[in-house]
Design a protein around this ligand. Structure first.
Ligand code: HEM
Length: 510
């Protein structure tokens, strides 16, 4: 092939030296590869896909591909607009350095990817490996080990019985948060309050403890640092030649943090080994220690517990912050929700319980609408990896390709949703779309075998705390800051500027 090209160049440039011609050939090849739909990483894998139509996609920058988009805090928006411009919403191919990716921005192809056994693994980035996640549920390859983790957590942490058993804790932590907000006496930065509450809540389920003296402050520091490192775009993940230099210090930081997490969680595991708890007081860790079959190594147990705390904290706090921002921007919707709560709970009732939540459909629609407009995982946070060669629609996808679903793009697509930019919980009165993964028009918890195992726990917590927050306070904008809906995609999609607002007591304390 290259000798044919060389002859071709000789024909066109008869007076050039062979060295010049070789350079020309090299340049043409690099350009040719780069101009392949999807960019360089796709060009290098084309041999196998000759018989299938190429997946449309941008070449991106030479060598870098779409790396700059991933270093940006608005990756989901950039990918959404590229998919639309290139008429590639079903599937778009692109490269980030040597990593080959596809992204689906339509419900149909999203379903194909998320439910296909071919995409049941996840790519593990360096920071995740150093932070022990490759032995936890979220990054473990789909096999017996991963299945065992899903099974044990489904029965002993996420089952309806366990969730009901933890209702009192959720309520008590919610009450503590209301008191904390009331003490601020005016303006409050809600993120830190919600984050601390969410951490305590998941700590109780996992470790059985959550009081202020239980290391919650230290754990919060570790979790925060983890979000920062894991949320960074690490150039070495996509440019292996840079790997040894660790230019951004990601390896050093995550290795150091992984060590400290091991010591912290390891100490809790030891404490639980010494003090055996009665059955009804057992937490998830006690269950793991009692397992007869599929007993976990200590390091695996630490990885699993750490991941659960990590995943269960951020998502809940971030979602509630977005909801409160929306309540401030839409006072009529806030009033309607408060009216619904007051009517369902009654004027004198002192507590809101899980059983009251079924009588608060409008509140649940507010949560759904916020998940649609501000999904905490707009790209379903942790992507999938093609385990073997497969296809999506009529397109060939080679093994080793990273597959993403742009849930943000689907939820903002006017072909899928009427007036997608409008915050309108009433749309779910007209059609109550399921959000647990069966309807890919709105699947903020993912779908298929790797769907979020904590979705019921997350929703139970958000619904109860939102009911408490709206019953206890009237929410309005801070005089200095207003409400800024700018987004910042790190591990999850956060508000770029933490929400600072006024919480005015409504005369109920429950
Ligand atoms: C509002 C709350 C939450 C949201 C929006 C959310 C969202 C997600 C999403 C989008 C995924 C990827 C699913 C996929 O690939 O199909 C996921 C996975 C996961 N989530 Fe959640 N999540 C939430 C709460 C929680 C909670 C409370 C926990 C645990 C305490 C949790 C633990 C996990 C784990 C372990 C995985 C990985 C599952 C696997 O790969 O097998 N999440 N979550």
């Amino acid at each position: 092939m290259s000798s044919e090209f060389l002859l071709f160049f000789f024909f066109i440039f008869p007076h050039s030296s062979p060295l010049h011609l070789l350079w020309l050939l090299l340049l043409t090849t690099v350009f040719g590869l780069w101009l392949t739909p999807g960019g360089l990483a796709w060009a290098l894998s084309r041999a196998k896909s000759r018989t299938h139509p190429a997946i449309p996609g941008p070449s991106g920058l030479p060598l870098l591909g779409l790396a700059p988009a991933f270093a940006s805090p608005l990756t989901h928006r950039i990918l959404a607009s590229l998919s639309k411009t290139l008429n590639a919403t079903p599937l778009m191919a692109f490269s980030v350095g040597s990593t080959r990716l596809v992204v689906a921005s339509s419900p149909h192809t999203a379903r194909e990817i998320l439910s296909s056994p071919a995409f049941a693994d996840r790519p593990v980035k360096e920071s995740a490996r150093e932070l022990l996640f490759h032995r936890a549920m979220g990054f473990a390859p789909c096999g017996d080990y991963w299945r065992g983790l899903r099974r044990v957590s489904a029965v002993h942490l996420f089952s309806p019985r366990r969730l009901a058993g933890l209702e009192g804790v959720r309520r008590e932590i919610g009450l503590e948060m209301m008191e904390k907000i009331a003490r601020e006496n005016g303006e409050v930065e809600v993120r830190s309050v919600l984050h601390f509450g969410a951490l305590k809540n998941v700590m109780r389920g996992v470790f059985g403890k959550w009081g202020d003296g239980c290391g919650v402050v230290e754990l919060e520091g570790l979790v925060r640092e983890g979000y920062e490192v894991l949320g960074m775009f690490n150039w070495s993940d996509h440019f292996p030649v840079l790997g040894w230099m660790d230019l951004q210090g990601v390896r050093r930081r995550s290795r150091d943090l992984g060590g400290r997490v091991g010591v912290f969680v390891g100490k809790i595991v030891e404490e639980h080994r010494v003090i055996k708890r009665e059955d009804h007081n057992q937490c998830f860790l006690d269950v793991l220690l009692d397992l007869e079959e599929n007993r976990l190594e200590d390091s695996d147990m630490i990885a699993l517990l750490w991941e659960l705390v990590f995943r269960g904290t951020d998502t809940v706090a971030i979602l509630l912050e977005w909801i409160l921002a929306r309540m401030i921007l839409h006072p009529d919707i806030q009033t309607k929700a408060q009216h619904e709560i007051d009517t369902a709970i009654g004027g004198n009732a002192t507590v809101i319980t899980d059983s009251d939540l079924v009588n608060l459909p409008y509140l649940q629609y507010i949560v759904k609408e916020t998940l649609r407009m501000h999904p905490p995982g707009p790209l379903l946070s942790w992507a999938r990896l093609a385990i073997h060669d497969t296809s999506v629609g009529q397109h060939f996808v080679p093994a080793g390709t990273t597959a993403m679903v742009n849930m943000w793009a689907i939820a903002h697509d006017e072909k899928v949703w009427a007036e997608p930019k409008k915050f309108r919980p009433e749309r779910f009165i007209e059609e109550d779309v399921a959000i647990m993964g069966s309807d890919l028009r709105l699947a903020p918890f993912g779908s298929g075998r790797r769907v979020c195992p904590g979705k019921a726990m997350g929703l139970a917590t958000v619904h109860l705390w939102l009911a408490q927050l709206l019953r206890t306070f009237r929410w309005s904008a801070s005089s200095d800051y207003g409400v800024d809906l700018s987004e910042c995609l790190k591990m999850s999609m956060e508000m770029k500027h933490p929400l600072v607002c006024k919480a005015i007591p409504r005369g109920f304390f429950n």
